[in-house]
Design a protein around this ligand. Structure first.
Ligand SMILES: C[S@@+](CC[C@H](N)C(=O)[O-])C[C@H]1O[C@@H](n2cnc3c(N)ncnc32)[C@H](O)[C@@H]1O
Length: 280
C-alpha cells in the first residue's frame, strides 16, 4: 500500500515532544489498560507505530524479563539504538498497512497502538483492525489509544473570558492541512472503535476516556503547538502558498494567551480480546 508522507517532525524536538506527550497521556492513568492481564509466562507484546519507542521502554520496566516486547514502525530513526534497548525489547521496520510477514501471525498476547490517527485513511480504521487481529494469539488483546477530538473543547480562565479564540482556527489549519484535505480532526472513527472491535469479533470490549486534568492543560497545549509548528514546516511550507507562515502566526497568538485559553480533549483507550475459540 502506498505510504502517505509523515507530516510531523523526526528531529530532536519532535522526539522530546512525543515523549512528553506520552507521559502526559499516561499521567493519572496507565501505560497498558489494567484489564489486560500480563501475569503469564513468556508474554509476547507488540506495539505498532512506536515513534521514539518510549512505550516499549516504559512497559519493559513493568513486565517480567520473560516478556518479549516487539515494536514495529515504518521509520525507526526516532528510537534508541537497538543495543541500548532493554534486552527483551526489539524494534523492526514493518508497515502495518501492508500484510504482516507470516512469522508474526498469531504470535502476540497483546497488540498496542496509540496516536496513529494520521495513518488512518478515509475515516476508516477497519483495514488496520483486521490486520492487527491477525497478530493475536487466541485470547490475545488489542489496545488502541487516540485523542478523542469529538470531546475537544475550549477552556478559559476567568481572565480569558473575552480572549479571542485562535485555537479553533489553528485546529482547522492543521486538520485540513491548510485547506487542502478534509479535516482529519473531525473524523469520528476513534469513538466508534468499540463498535468496530465488536463487529470484527473481539469480545470483552471496554473503553476508558479521560480528559486531561486542569493542571496539565498548558503542558498539553505546548505539545500541540510544537506538533503544529512541525506540520507548518514539514507539510505547509512545501506548498509555497504562505500557509506555513499563516499557521506559525496563529501559533504565536495562541501561545500569547497560553495562561488564559487552552483546550481539553479525551484520552481514549479501547481494548478488546480475540475469543479463545471461533464462533462457528
Ligand atoms: C504520532 S507517532 C506516535 C508514536 C507512539 N505510538 C506514541 O504514542 O508516542 C505515529 C507513528 O506511527 C508510525 N507509522 C505511520 N504509519 C505507519 C505504518 N503504516 N506502519 C507502521 N508505523 C506507522 C509513524 O512512523 C510514527 O512513528
Amino acid at each position: 500500500m502506498e505510504q502517505e508522507a509523515y507530516i510531523l517532525g523526526r528531529g530532536f524536538s519532535a522526539n522530546a515532544r512525543l515523549n512528553l506527550q506520552y507521559f502526559l497521556w499516561k499521567d493519572g492513568g496507565f501505560s497498558l489498560h489494567p484489564s489486560i492481564p500480563t501475569d503469564c509466562d513468556n508474554l509476547r507484546v507488540a506495539e505498532i507505530g512506536v515513534g521514539t519507542g518510549i512505550w516499549l521502554v516504559d512497559l519493559a520496566r513493568h513486565l517480567p524479563p520473560s516478556a518479549q516486547i516487539d515494536g514495529f514502525d515504518v521509520d525507526l530513526s526516532q528510537c534508541p539504538p537497538k543495543e541500548w534497548l532493554p534486552s527483551n525489547v526489539s524494534v523492526h521496520r514493518v508497515d502495518c498497512l501492508a500484510l504482516f510477514p507470516e512469522n508474526l501471525l498469531e504470535q502476540y498476547d497483546i497488540v498496542h497502538i496509540q496516536l496513529f490517527h494520521l495513518a488512518v485513511h478515509n475515516n476508516d480504521p477497519v483495514p488496520i483492525i483486521r490486520n492487527l487481529i491477525k497478530l493475536l494469539k487466541p485470547g490475545g488483546w488489542i489496545s488502541w489509544g487516540e485523542m478523542d477530538y469529538s470531546s475537544w473543547k475550549i477552556m478559559r480562565t476567568e481572565d480569558g473570558r473575552d480572549v479571542e479564540d485562535n485555537l479553533t482556527p489553528l485546529l482547522e489549519i492543521i486538520g485540513t492541512l491548510g485547506g487542502t484535505r478534509s479535516n482529519w480532526t473531525t473524523d469520528d472513527w476513534p469513538i466508534k472503535l468499540p463498535k468496530f472491535f465488536e463487529e470484527y469479533g473481539l469480545t470483552n470490549v471496554a473503553k476508558d476516556n479521560r480528559p486531561f486534568p486542569l493542571d496539565l492543560l498548558v503542558f498539553q497545549l505546548d505539545t500541540a503547538l510544537m506538533a503544529s509548528e512541525e506540520v507548518s514546516y514539514k507539510a505547509l511550507d512545501p506548498m509555497r502558498n504562505g500557509s506555513g507562515d499563516t499557521c506559525r502566526g496563529v501559533i504565536s497568538k495562541v501561545f500569547r494567551d497560553r495562561q488564559k485559553l487552552a483546550y481539553n480533549v479525551g484520552r481514549l483507550t479501547v481494548i478488546g480480546q480475540r475469543p479463545f475459540q471461533r464462533k462457528d
